[in-house]
Ligand binder design. Sequence first.
Ligand SMILES: Nc1ncnc2c1ncn2[C@@H]1O[C@H](COP(=O)(O)OP(=O)(O)O)[C@@H](O)[C@H]1O
Ligand SMILES: [Mg+2]
Length: 202
Amino acid sequence: MLVIGITGSPGTGKTYFSKIVQDRFKNVDLIELNDIIRKRKAFTHIDKNKVMTADIRKLNRIIKEQLKQFSEAERKTGKRKVVIYVGHIVPELNIKLDACFVMRAHLSLLAKRMAARRYSQEKIKENLISEAVDYCGTKAKNISKKIYEIETYAEKKGALRILEDLLKDKTLGNKHEAASKKVIDKMPELLKMIKNKNIYKF
Ligand SMILES: Nc1ncnc2c1ncn2[C@@H]1O[C@H](COP(=O)(O)OP(=O)(O)O)[C@@H](O)[C@H]1O
Ligand SMILES: [Mg+2]
């Protein structure tokens, strides 16, 4: 079995990118954690931004059970299963990933996308700080040795090539060592935002 993650702050384009991945690799099981959280009621509450706070212990139990079933199906059919979990909460999962893609985006772009979702200023500020300090990418290191941060069109194309190789053979991921070492630094943009007057009152 190959278990991969796609994570990143809200609005970085996880769902958008996942659709491209699903289109390209038809035999992949792409699972949005938010769908599981909603369907299985694995949340503690829904805030005023309509964002669910996951019940992480419950979610971990569900995922563990799901992976067990996938692994049984794999044994029965003799066909390797490829599972991709998508969500900003992926790094909190109590599993090991073969690789994790971290979607990144300019803070100004994220702020616009979150405003379009009618997030409160407080929520936008919180998520901009998370993005600036690369919260998802840093946490993802706990569950995946291979982390690929992606933002540009070229990086997205690169990510598809990495996935293609991983799907052929896990060890082919080693070919992309340089891409897994690349870090995207958003701190200068945050500092600029703090220095200039901004509506988030940093
Ligand atoms: N590469 C892209 N090009 C154009 N629009 C994008 C791109 N990535 C994301 N978007 C848009 O940004 C918004 C947020 O993307 P989404 O995939 O829903 O983010 P996430 O799932 O990470 O919260 C959506 O309206 C989406 O269509
Ligand atoms: Mg999404």
